[in-house]
Write a protein that binds this ligand. Sequence first.
Ligand SMILES: [Zn+2]
Length: 365
Amino acid sequence: MVEDVCAWARHESPTDDAAAVDGMMDLLVAGLDGDPVTIERIPGRDGLGGSVILRAGPATSEKPALVLSHLDTVHPIGTAASDLPVRVEGDRLYGPGVYDMKGGAYLALQGFLEVARRGTAKRPMVFLFTPDEEIGSPTTRALIEHLGRDAAAVLVTEPARDGGKIVTCRKGVGRFDVHVEGRPAHSGSRHPDGRNAIYEAARQISAIEAMTDYSRGITTTVGLIKGGTAMNTIPQHCRFSIDLRVETAADGEELSAKILALAPQKPDFRVTVTGGMNRPPFERTPEVAALFDTASALASEIGFTLVETERTGGGSDGNFTAGLGVPTLDGLGIDGDGAHTLAEYGLVSSLGPRAMLAARLLETV
Ligand SMILES: [Zn+2]
């Protein structure tokens, strides 16, 4: 398994490189030689890679179990050759996307194939591999919801949190883009004529950051900004993006409305906001709790303890299926740390037990 995960990590697949992501899907499919699964490939669109759907298990009309993994990563091509070489150090397997989430996708696939070969699936099994989770799944959300709506349960192989914990609730995520338009002018000779778009954006950003309310679990972050054309020109344009996280659907509606209603604070500016809630909150329903209890009991049989995390601020594709009310369990991937950083690693010792847990879930749930 370690060799295979290394090979997957070496095949870099940043979301925005469709050919690289498709190549990763090829590598996945090439590894399925002779396994009792049907393979469906869905071509990518809008400049992104395609998806792969594997189906196995009994051909009944029962609701299937759905496994969700994404094979894109946040790391640009060349990361493995420079800052994050694929390597094993003790129990740690380092490499781009090992933890988020090629290690998890790989181990769940091993569990899935094992159950398919043994013919012991509890119900039909569907495994969806997507190309665009790291940018909010713009081209696969409909597919995820389509497959999720019919599923009896959804298992998501995002990384396990601190010490192998499972995720049973996640914040909802909103994404917004703001365009501030002012009036350009020479910064020396015509300063009073200018309307500085960056300055107006700064006022807007203060207001946006002030919407953060930790007591309600609401956070707003302006994480990207771009503006101006030259040091000695009063800038006409400034653009920035807002990341919103909320615990409840009601807060998502309230904060989205506030952000979309942003208006200029000074005259002669135009402020345009686009965007909205991207992922609904993943709330811990009684069905989710029951699914966790089943997983926890199976983990004890295998020999490890499954613990739930506190609610995590990170969204995932699990939010889409949980948002439809389908019992969803997330964080079933590899244990490790350093997601989205150059110190990303997975723990080799978590591969076996967690592959076994994926298999047992598919035999039980
Ligand atoms: Zn991920």
